[in-house]
Design a protein around this ligand. Structure first.
Ligand code: GPU
Length: 820
């Protein structure tokens, strides 16, 4: 296999030509932003040839194709990643140097495409990277939101949301594919027509939009494979329907135009939370209908027997958000292909598979029947029939047990339960970490597991080492390659070979020096963006992730408040200086989450300006946490805070990114933390808190009473009082009352501290003490950090994807040769 041969002079010429054609400028007059565009088009030029070759090969080999359906793809910047994956980083860096530009500065011009909220969306992006690198035929299917995840500003300690206008300057890597546009219909009514010996279902009086895909290249690492992310834009079906004027149907025409405008306007900023918004359901059906139509059309262009579909196509549904794929595929098979129900159902349930990403009840999608049937009348009919037959199956399996029907039906209590529909319509149901899958099987989806155990399986999440080490932490990546060669780039378990250096003092020093350089880089970023001085010799203790009560940023900041009290009582207290770093976006409507951000910033204000503690504690809230700054943050972290209430974090993936970059986990036995500890050893992590069994036990027995802790633990009581006595809000003593109430809720104790912050507090504080003690032994720390890197092999998304391929998707690996 020959991979792309970089030609520096030719590349420089192309960049200059692009600057000229795009901006009517010479290279010396161009701004960094313009050079970013010019370089991106030059890189795209290389990619396009491989893209064409890849799809020729797919067609030639008539491959089975994965459609990874997801409302979110949190891609992060493309340029740096693409340059790495065509293996031209050194060459392009040199070329730009010679043109008078710094590659880092040029990469920094790109806006983050942030078409996702957090873990679920970033997982989808890592999966696409691994699929291309492993050479598997795959499409990502999603929405081209005009506005992605909002930009976060911190003003006076509060989160302010600003729109993320990522397309403003145009996005160099995308290609509009007008020839693959499809119509998607909403509303109206369904009538039946008897023709050719069968009933035809016809949707009338609907509004429709035109779905137009934009393709983005997904470049495999050094293998010439380029897959496609198709994201759908919406347009009015025909700009201003003159017909409607005549028919007096002006209103409908305007509404239809608004529908097209609204549908892809913005990403819903909720993570792990179902809000039940009508527009959200429209978004779901919009991109699913378009994607399924495109998949079927492509399949039919190569095959004439629709029964072959499951052999050539697989739809993976990223959580329940794409679940309308099940009835949409049924609709096409029944209404357009003219199949009988049993035939169509057999094909559908051999084509669809479902991944569950949470056990949080508030995240479960349950659409009210009124809304669902009004918006998607034909889809609703089909779901009703799926439900009727499914309930029949339940009754056959469990005669006389109506409880099973109550707990498993797809339509119940006036709602469509999307998880139930996803399970019934899929041949595979997977969780995202071992513990999570066990909880699904034994608790949350117990009844489904008992009825169809063969569907259930685990696929522990992973991350791409190419973005999160090779790109994000060049110093460490080079060091690893110097020590053990570069196989780790495409085969992460090789990184185990580092273990023999963990005890070597010279290597320990080299490692710690690299960490120190990365801390200096982050310290500069913090100074520039937050105006706070942090000491790179202090412990960088980091919690970056979406803000959610179950992730317990509150526990972290309460502990900081406690530590500060100790220092105030005893300014000579011996502790290793610590920088507590937070980064988190809160959903715009999530009040208690936003208040937690304010608390973190208020505590930061007080502590960072208190000279009496001699800089022993610093608190930093990094504004606008996103993929691009995450790469720097992971590289600089010493301690990885993974402190969710046990059982609540399905997997976590940040935990893996920290580990890969040599941070030690301070965490609960939750999600993939369990497997991280299994790999690296309990002695190389700081584990604390209740187990998931203990948590679930308390929950089934009505919670616990945090008042007992409040009354008996004076340190905790003092911290809690500081929430309501103005200690951190002198001008508004009531400011943090809601946080106080969420922990103690003096009126109804049963609802207090749902996430066991106080219950786990002492155990957490004690683990934090162990961190402090351990860091004093630099050799021990270096060894443990190197062991974390060395033991991270399991957590590559390459492994995850291979397991999906082996157990669920059954795709064939393709090689693409550019010599032909
Ligand atoms: N996750 Br559901 C999200 O990021 N958003 C969601 O809406 C849902 C789940 C996360 C899980 O919280 C996290 O534990 C997991 O690692 C990630 O999905 C990927 O599986």
């Amino acid at each position: 296999m020959s991979s792309y041969q970089f030609n520096k002079e030719q590349f420089k010429q192309e960049v200059c030509a692009n600057v000229k054609n795009l901006f009517r400028k010479t290279i010396s007059e161009a701004t960094p932003k313009q050079v970013f565009q010019a370089v991106s088009y030059a890189v795209k030029d290389v990619i396009i040839d491989e893209w064409i070759a890849t799809h020729k090969e797919y067609e030639k080999q008539d491959v089975k194709t994965l459609y990874y359906m997801s409302m979110e793809f949190l891609m992060g910047r493309a340029l740096g990643n693409n340059i790495i994956n065509i293996r031209s980083r050194d060459g392009i860096r040199e070329a730009l140097d010679e043109l008078g530009f710094d590659l880092n500065v040029i990469e920094d011009q790109e806006r983050d495409p942030a078409l996702g909220n957090g873990g679920l969306g970033r997982l989808a992006a890592c999966f696409l990277d691994s699929l291309a690198t492993l050479g598997y035929p795959a499409y990502g299917c999603g929405i081209r939101y005009k506005y992605g995840m909002f930009k976060q500003k911190i003003q006076d300690g509060y989160q302010i949301e600003a729109p993320d206008d990522w397309l403003r300057d145009g996005y160099p890597f995308e290609i509009r594919r007008d020839e693959y546009a499809f119509e998607v219909k909403f509303g109206g009514y369904v009538r039946t027509e008897w023709r050719d010996g069968r009933n035809h279902f016809i949707q009338d009086g609907y509004q429709s939009v035109r779905a137009v895909p934009y393709d983005m290249p997904i470049v495999g690492y050094g293998n010439n494979v380029v897959n496609t992310l198709m994201i759908w834009d919406a347009e009015p079906i025909n700009t201003f329907n003159l017909d409607s004027f005549d028919k007096g149907d002006y209103r409908n025409a305007v509404e239809q135009e608004n529908l097209a405008k609204n549908i892809v306007e913005v990403l819903y900023p909720n993570d792990n939370h179902y809000a039940g918004k009508e527009l959200r359901l429209k978004q779901q059906y919009f991109f699913i209908s378009a994607s399924v139509q495109r998949a079927i059309k492509k399949f039919k262009s190569l095959h004439d027997d629709i029964h072959m579909l499951p052999e050539k196509v697989v739809f993976q549904m990223n959580d329940t958000h794409p679940t309308v794929a099940v009835p949409e595929l049924m609709r096409i098979l029944l209404d357009e292909e003219g199949l009988e129900w049993d035939d169509a159902w057999d094909i559908t349930t051999r084509t669809c598979a479902y991944t569950n990403h949470t056990i949080m009840a508030e995240a479960l999608e349950k659409w009210p029947l009124e809304l669902f049937s009004r918006l998607l009348p034909r889809i609703y009919q089909i779901v009703e029939e799926i439900n009727r037959r499914f309930v029949e199956q339940i009754r056959r399996t469990y005669p006389g047990d109506e409880n099973k029907v109550r707990s498993m039906a797809i339509i119940y209590d006036g709602q469509v339960k999307m998880a139930h529909l996803a399970i019934a319509g899929s041949f595979s149901v997977n969780g995202v970490a071992e513990l999570h899958t066990e909880i699904l099987k034994k608790k949350v989806l117990k009844d489904f597991y008992e009825m169809t155990p063969e569907k259930f399986n685990n696929k522990t999440n992973g991350i791409t080492q190419r973005r999160f080490l090779l790109h994000g932490n060049e110093l460490l990546a080079n060091w690893v390659t110097d020590k053990i060669g570069d196989e780790w780039i495409t085969d992460l378990p090789h990184i185990k070979k580092l273990a023999i250096y963990a005890d070597d003092e010279k290597c320990q020093q080299e490692f710690m020096n690299i960490k120190y350089q990365n801390k200096i880089r982050l310290a500069k970023y913090i100074k520039e963006h937050n105006g706070i001085d942090v000491d790179p010799r202090s412990i960088f203790d980091v919690q970056v992730k979406r803000l959610h009560e179950y992730k317990r940023q509150l526990l972290n900041i309460l502990h900081v408040m406690y530590l500060y009290n100790q220092l105030k009582d005893n300014p000579e207290m011996d502790m290793v200086p610590r920088t507590f770093i937070f980064g988190a976006k809160a959903a715009a409507g999530y009040k208690i989450a936003k208040l937690t951000i304010k608390l973190i910033n208020s505590v930061a204000d007080v502590i960072n300006n208190d000279k009496s503690i001699k800089g022993k504690i610093k608190v930093v809230f990094i504004e606008d946490y996103r993929v691009s700054n995450a790469e720097w943050i992971f590289a600089a972290a010493d301690v990885s805070e993974q402190i969710s209430t046990a059982s609540k974090e399905a997997s976590g993936t940040g935990n893996m990114k920290f580990m890969l970059n040599g941070a030690l986990t301070l965490g609960t036995m939750d999600g993939a933390n369990v497997e991280i500890v299994e790999e690296v050893g309990k002695e190389n992590a700081f584990i604390f808190g209740m187990s998931s069994d203990e948590v679930i036990n308390y929950e089934t027995n009505g919670g616990y009473n945090p008042m007992d802790i409040f009354n008996n633990d004076q340190d905790i009581r003092r911290v809690l009082m500081q929430l309501i006595n103005g200690y951190y809000a002198p001008n508004n003593t009531e400011l943090f009352r809601d946080l106080y109430n969420s922990l103690l809720n003096t009126l109804s104790t049963s609802k207090a501290d749902t996430y066991f912050n106080l219950k786990d507090f002492r155990s957490y504080a004690e683990a934090q003490k162990r961190v402090d003690a351990a860091y004093r032994d630099e050799k021990w720390w270096a060894k443990a950090a190197i062991m974390n890197v060395a033991c991270s092999g399991k957590f590559t998304s390459d492994r995850t994807i291979q397991q999906y391929v082996d157990d669920i998707w059954h795709l064939d690996k393709v090689t693409v040769d550019m010599d032909e």
